[in-house]
Design a protein around this ligand. Structure first.
Ligand code: IMP
Ligand code: MG
Length: 180
């Protein structure tokens, strides 16, 4: 289906997204001066955010990728059973790691990522998420940089998918109610 057919309304337009990403990049650049920064992008949802964010970060850094999956019960819910699909290439021991994520919803994925990465003994480990749905949190996770707090609505675009599609949209939109 065309994006227009499944979108209810635009939540955050492309210009607002880009402005916020630039602010986050500036804050990260200030905080990581002289550090050995590695950005770890959680696939696939974090990709659009990572590629824009890294171009707004002025300090030298590496990027790496990790793929996590939560077993789905439906298109819009995760069950909580999280599993590692693809691991990092980099050794992060003693390094300053920043996780770059699209959205923190229940917090289960982020909790898994943090536990997995802390076990590898980085010098520091922090989280930068574009979106945060605080009302949905089941597990408390520390978030260091947040793009936008959003209400409990299913969003797509800018990396976020509905059934693997619409990640390419340059804005964030609320999907229409699911037909039962
Ligand atoms: P959590 O483990 O419940 O925090 O959810 C993590 C994953 O669920 C995210 O990385 C997304 O892939 C997906 N997710 C949660 N909310 C949304 C949404 O509103 N739109 C698209 N994907 C979502
Ligand atoms: Mg997803």
């Amino acid at each position: 289906m065309l994006a227009e057919e499944i979108i209810d309304h635009i939540l955050i337009d492309a210009e607002t997204v880009q402005r916020r990403v630039a602010e986050l990049g500036q804050a990260i650049s200030a905080d990581y001066q002289g550090k050995d920064l590695v950005l770890i992008c959680s696939l696939k949802g974090g990709v659009a955010f990572l590629t824009d964010l890294m171009r707004q970060i002025s300090v030298p850094h590496e990027i790496d990728f990790m793929a996590i999956s939560s077993y789905g019960v439906g298109q819009r819910e995760s069950t909580g059973a999280v599993r590692l699909i693809m691991d990092l290439e980099a050794n992060i021991q003693g390094r300053d790691v920043l996780i770059v994520e699209d959205i923190v919803d229940s917090g289960r994925t982020m909790n898994y990522l943090l536990r997995t990465l802390w076990a590898r003994q980085p010098a520091s480990l922090r989280v930068c998420t574009l979106l945060n749905k605080p009302s949905r949190r089941a597990l408390d996770v520390p978030l260091d940089y947040i793009g936008f707090d959003i209400p409990d609505e299913f969003v797509l675009g800018y990396g976020l998918d509905l059934d693997e599609k619409y990640r390419n949209l340059p804005y964030l939109a609320v999907a229409k109610e699911q037909k039962q």
